[in-house]
Design a protein around this ligand. Structure first.
Ligand SMILES: C[S@@+](CC[C@H](N)C(=O)[O-])C[C@H]1O[C@@H](n2cnc3c(N)ncnc32)[C@H](O)[C@@H]1O
Length: 221
C-alpha cells in the first residue's frame, strides 16, 4: 500500500458519496492563498465529524484548533440553526482566515471563534457558562492533548462525544520511549482515557489523503 493509493481511495470517496462542495473548496483555496499549512482534516474525515455530531443530535459543540475553519464548517453544518460551535484558535492569522471562511459558508451566526491559547480561553468559556457541550473535537497542539481532554470532561455532560485527531502519528503512538512531545502528550491523553471512569473510549487508525493517522473517540458516561 502507498500514499498514492490511499489518496486515490479518498478521492474516489470524495467524488462519490461526499460530492463536490464549492464552499469547502473555497475554504481550502483561501487557506492555501493565505499560506496556511495543509493540516486540516480530509473531506471524508470532515464528513465523519459532521455525521457523528448529527447522529448524537448535537446542538452545542466545542472545537480546539480551528486552523482555517475547514473542520469548523463541517461541524457547524451538523448543528441546528440555533446551535453553537465555540472554536478556539491561537494563531491570529489562522483565525482571520477561519472567520472569513465561516462567514462565506453562511455559518457566522452559529460559530463563536475565540483567539488565544486554548488553555487560557477554556476557563473563560467555563466562567461564561457556555457548556456543557454535546460534541468536542480536539485538534490543536498535541502536547496538550491530556489537558484538553480534562477540559472537555469539565465542559461535558453524560452523552457528550469527544473526538481527538492525529492520535496515531505514523505509528509513533506505540513507542513508549518516544520523546516527541506530541506523542508524549497524546499517550498521556490515552492514559487519562483509560483510567477515567466517566469515559468509554476507543481509537481507530486511518489511512487516506492525510497519510497514516487516526482518531480517538470517547463518550462521557
Ligand atoms: C491541525 S490544525 C487544526 C485543523 C482544523 N481542525 C481542521 O481540520 O480544519 C491545529 C491548529 O491548532 C492551533 N493551535 C496550536 N496551538 C494552539 C493552542 N495552544 N490553542 C489554540 N489553538 C492552537 C494551530 O494554530 C492550528 O491552527
Amino acid at each position: 500500500m502507498s500514499q498514492k493509493r490511499w489518496s486515490a481511495v479518498d478521492a474516489y470517496f470524495s467524488d462519490t458519496i461526499i460530492g463536490r462542495d464549492s464552499v469547502l473548496e473555497a475554504a481550502l483555496a483561501a487557506n492555501d492563498a493565505a499560506g496556511l499549512p495543509q493540516i486540516d482534516v480530509s473531506p471524508p474525515q470532515g464528513k465523519l465529524l459532521h455525521l457523528i455530531a448529527r447522529m448524537g443530535g448535537a446542538r452545542k459543540a466545542l472545537e480546539i484548533g480551528a486552523l482555517g475553519g475547514y473542520s469548523t464548517i463541517w461541524i457547524a453544518r451538523a448543528l441546528p440553526p440555533d446551535g453553537l460551535l465555540v472554536t478556539l484558535e491561537a494563531d491570529e492569522k489562522h483565525a482571520a482566515v477561519a472567520r472569513a471562511n465561516v462567514a462565506r459558508a453562511g455559518l457566522a451566526d452559529r460559530v463563536d471563534l475565540r483567539v488565544g491559547a486554548a488553555l487560557d480561553t477554556l476557563p473563560k468559556i467555563e466562567a461564561e457558562g457556555l457548556g456543557p457541550f454535546d460534541f468536542v473535537f480536539i485538534d490543536a497542539d498535541k502536547s496538550n492533548n491530556a489537558n484538553y481532554l480534562s477540559w472537555a470532561l469539565r465542559l461535558s455532560r453524560p452523552g457528550t462525544v469527544i473526538i481527538v485527531d492525529n492520535v496515531v502519528r505514523d505509528g509513533r503512538i506505540a513507542d513508549a520511549a518516544s520523546r516527541d512531545t506530541d506523542v508524549v502528550g497524546t499517550r498521556r491523553m490515552f492514559e487519562m482515557m483509560a483510567r477515567e471512569p466517566r469515559l468509554e473510549a476507543t481509537a481507530i487508525q486511518t489511512v487516506g489523503a492525510k497519510g497514516w493517522d487516526g482518531f480517538a473517540l470517547a463518550i462521557v458516561e
